[in-house]
Write a new protein. Structure first.
Length: 350
């Protein structure tokens, strides 16, 4: 399964449209201030959870997740949502959404059929803490919006089960148009079995025939190749001590030629240079947050030619100079558990 979440830059735009400061959200989440300007936004589960908690904190809106998940503009739908919208009925839509969601994030849509109902759970496979309420609301609203759009607003859940304590119950019930059971054992969106075969007016077999082969091919390719970038990343972090490992170095350790390694990485949608930068970025955060190394020593360990090159690179990653980033981390209690785990695994800079 893919290890990181692909986040749309439209999230930043939608927050601004609702009158909220993306700068404040990103600062509170501990994420780069230029995150929504980056061409490829990928976040770990820990970072994604921090982002959504910050959105809840900064907006102060208890149903911000429902507002952001209720996307009415079809031109903003990604191919996975389009596949769900073009399905035959709700059962087919849920099956397609669950299957292809794996292409974009380490998230599982679990669909369980019972005699008279169908239970839908969202599971974050890489999470070690409970998901933010705002993120869960986004997911439930996203799925329900697709179902309602496809049936001319004729589908409502039988009920919604939430672990959280009661909050904004009336507003939430107005959106779901269903009973909400708070303090439940699990977070679950429950549909009636009779709605599973309700036909979708947006069913489009020709459009499915056009996009499904690409989704299936991508899924097969991901299953085969998803492990390679992480292997390369780990080798780079292990070997990056005073020099930048080359493609030849990594290929030798993986027992494949540089040309083969380059081709397989390209097929995985990532370049060797991007992995080098990701490894440097992760190690840089680790060194700055969890070790007393100065900037010159850190630059050397990361294989930079000089300190200025490191400072420029770090600023492009985080939107801050490394010294200022370290000071902020120190004020807010040091490195994250994720950084500590990386350091322990790599024996880096203690």
């Amino acid at each position: 399964m893919i290890q990181k979440f692909q986040v749309s830059a439209l999230l930043g735009q939608r927050l601004q449209d609702l009158g909220h400061s993306t700068e404040a959200v990103l600062h509170t989440a501990g994420l780069p201030p230029n995150l929504f300007e980056q061409p490829r936004i990928q976040l770990s589960t820990t970072e994604l959870f921090a982002l959504w908690r910050a959105i809840g904190e900064i907006t102060g809106d208890p149903i911000i997740g429902l507002r952001l998940g209720r996307e009415e503009r079809i031109e903003r739908y990604d191919p996975v949502a389009i596949a769900g919208l073009c399905a035959r009925d709700l059962a087919d839509s849920l099956a397609r959404l669950a299957r292809y969601k794996r292409l974009t994030c380490p998230e599982i849509i679990d669909v369980t059929r019972r005699a008279d109902e169908c239970l839908v759970h969202f599971i974050w496979s890489e999470a070690d803490t409970p998901e933010p309420d705002e993120l869960l609301d986004v997911c439930f609203a996203w799925l329900l919006t697709i179902a309602r759009r496809a049936t001319a607003d004729q589908i409502d859940p039988a009920r919604v089960e939430l672990r959280r304590s009661p909050r904004s119950a009336e507003e939430m019930e107005r959106f779901y148009r269903a009973p909400i059971h708070f303090r439940a054992k699990e977070n679950c969106l429950v549909f009636r079995a009779s709605d599973m075969s309700r036909p979708f007016s947006t069913h489009n077999q020709e459009l499915l025939a056009a996009i499904v082969p690409s989704l299936e091919n991508e899924l097969a390719r991901r299953v085969e190749a998803e492990a390679l970038p992480e292997k390369v990343r780990q080798i780079l972090k292990k070997r990056m001590a005073g020099k930048r490992p080359s493609l030849q170095d990594v290929g030798r350790e993986l027992h494949m030629s540089p040309r083969t390694l380059q081709r397989r990485l390209t097929e995985s949608g990532i370049s060797f240079q991007m992995l080098v930068q990701e490894a440097r970025h992760e190690l840089a955060r680790n060194y700055l947050a969890n070790s007393p190394l100065d900037l010159t020593e850190t630059a050397y360990l990361l294989g930079f030619e000089d300190t200025n090159s490191f400072v420029r690179a770090f600023h492009s990653w985080e939107g801050l100079p490394p010294g200022e980033w370290r000071s902020r981390k120190s004020r807010f209690g040091g490195g994250s558990a994720e950084c500590l785990q990386t350091a322990a695994q790599n024996g880096s800079g203690w």
